[in-house]
Design a protein around this ligand. Structure first.
Ligand code: ZN
Length: 500
């Protein structure tokens, strides 16, 4: 296996080497070249995605990482015909098994092979803990950027994790400063046990400092990669323009957009590699100014798969299929499809894995199989929950939650965190009845949130729900593993203790 990994690494390095336009990042041993000798206005093409969430295989056929690179070849002449920047707005991983089971390392390798040169630090970059983040960032073929994170205790910048405020990329004679920002929402959208050591600062001051530092380090063009929603970018746009930032890339809200505010371009792509945003820039070495010629969005459709990236993705997919046989626990008695035990296992594990939530609801139709007695495998959990759903955190008032639970048009869902006592719904966390005006955090799956099985009230009550991007099976898998069950100590009793 080691040799195999080594081969892949060499392949990535070879790819980077072959892609003439992909610059080596400046290090102390390899400083950025002195000021440009370019005479003519110089075109730069930015290819931008965010919230890739590990979807190297694509959510449907022809929408994967390899097809995306194919489109870049076809539409933009990437990588040989011009100067290219391939950038991400963060949340590279946490998604399907092919990414999550390897804690993001598989996606990092694929994005490296695609030629990414920098990424913002998304809230999901913290999902596997700080040690994993550090090893990912250290091994990454591209840097992770965020200027607005510091340790609460010391106010120190987390450069011990390898995160940087900015990087300078020498694009064949044009020095481009890429600045990064993380969303302030990371403080409560990532696991607090992991991120509570950090402040996620307001954006303006850290961005201003990073822009100044990048200029001092020789940047001639400034671009921002930010794990920030459109509204936050719009609020920052006038500051960005004053700082001479020509392009702001967003992330986190899973909405593609492109617009100009003054002279600054704002873009974000569709999530999950469903598409990319592009910006064509023109740098004028005489005036030192950069102009946005054209920005827009391109869906990831019809791209001829790039052979090298396709091979890499295929290798990871095969490895993941082999993993499906991995045993994660042991059951004495079969758990029947849609049984009380199955409901408890799913919603209970969600609340265990996402303790910020008060209540968890999942539609009964999403439970597709039983779990036979004996060894429980990863593939067995996939059979029960075959859809690639993710968890969505919805905020509902007591009245709204009650209306969902008592809607006669719906097949009652599996309910966790809440129980019935007489005519009242009682919250397990507090032991108190639901209050009409209090706001509760409710986990559902994205199928329900999008109105599946007639759960249309959810999005109507909370149109701005938080898409956690967590695969809905992952907490179930993680909980089963954490019980360390075996033939002599089967899982059955532990399921009864799960909060339902
Ligand atoms: Zn995010």
């Amino acid at each position: 296996m080691k040799t195999n990994l080594l081969c892949r690494l060499m392949l990535v390095l070879l790819l980077i080497g072959l892609a003439g336009c992909v610059p080596s990042l400046p290090t102390e041993a390899n400083p950025a070249k002195p000021s440009s000798t370019l005479k003519e206005p110089t075109a730069i093409t930015v290819l931008y995605t965010s919230d890739e969430h590990g979807w190297m295989e694509g959510q449907k056929e022809g929408q994967g990482a390899a097809n995306m690179v194919g489109l870049w070849h076809e539409k933009e002449g990437y990588p040989d015909k011009g100067r290219f920047l391939v950038l991400s707005g963060g949340d590279n991983w946490t998604g399907p098994a092919v990414s999550t089971w390897y804690q993001g390392s598989s996606m990092l390798e694929v994005m490296g092979a695609m030629g990414y040169q920098a990424s913002a630090v998304g809230n999901h970059e913290f999902d596997f803990g700080l040690d994993v983040l550090k090893s990912r960032v250290t091994a990454s073929p591209y840097p992770f950027l965020a200027a607005n994170i510091d340790y609460k205790k010391t106010n120190a910048y987390p450069d011990d994790l390898g995160i940087r405020a900015f990087t300078i990329i020498d694009l064949q004679g044009v020095k481009v400063g890429i600045l990064g920002l993380s969303t302030k929402a990371t403080a409560y959208t990532a696991n607090p046990a992991i991120v509570s050591v950090f402040n996620f600062e307001d954006y303006t001051a850290p961005l201003t400092q990073a822009a100044k530092d990048a200029r001092q380090a020789g940047a001639q063009v400034l671009i921002l990669v930010a794990h920030l929603c459109e509204q936050d970018l719009i609020s920052l746009a006038s500051t960005a323009q004053e700082l001479g930032i020509v392009l702001m890339g967003g992330g986190h809200c899973h909405l593609g957009f492109s617009q100009m505010i003054g002279l600054t371009g704002l873009v974000d792509s569709a999530p999950f590699l469903r598409g990319y945003a592009y910006a064509h820039l023109l740098y004028n070495p005489d005036s030192g100014k950069t102009q946005v010629k054209d920005i827009g969005l391109q869906p990831n459709e019809g791209g001829k798969a790039d052979a090298k990236v396709a091979k890499l993705v295929q290798d990871w997919s095969q490895k993941t299929n082999v993993q499906a046989g991995v045993v994660i626990g042991y059951l004495k008695n079969e758990i029947f499809r849609q049984s009380e035990a199955m409901q408890a296992l799913i919603v209970g594990a969600w609340l265990w894995g996402y303790p910020q939530a008060d209540v968890a609801l999942t539609n009964m139709g999403g439970m597709r199989d039983r779990i036979p007695a004996g060894e429980i495998t990863l593939g067995g959990i996939t059979s029960v929950m075959p859809f690639d759903n993710t968890l969505v955190e919805v905020h509902l008032s007591g009245t709204e939650l009650q209306s969902v639970l008592e809607n006669k048009l719906l097949t009652p869902p599996a309910i966790g965190g809440l129980h019935r006592s007489g005519t009242q719904w009682v919250l397990n966390k507090t032991g108190k009845p639901l209050e009409h005006d209090a706001i509760y955090s409710v986990l559902v799956n994205d199928f329900m949130y999008s109105g599946g099985d007639h759960y249309t009230e959810l999005a109507r009550y909370d149109p701005k729900a938080y898409f956690t991007a967590i695969d809905w099976r992952q907490p179930v898998i993680d909980w089963i593993k954490a019980q360390h069950s075996s033939k002599s100590q089967p899982l059955d009793d532990a399921i009864l203790t799960l909060e339902k």
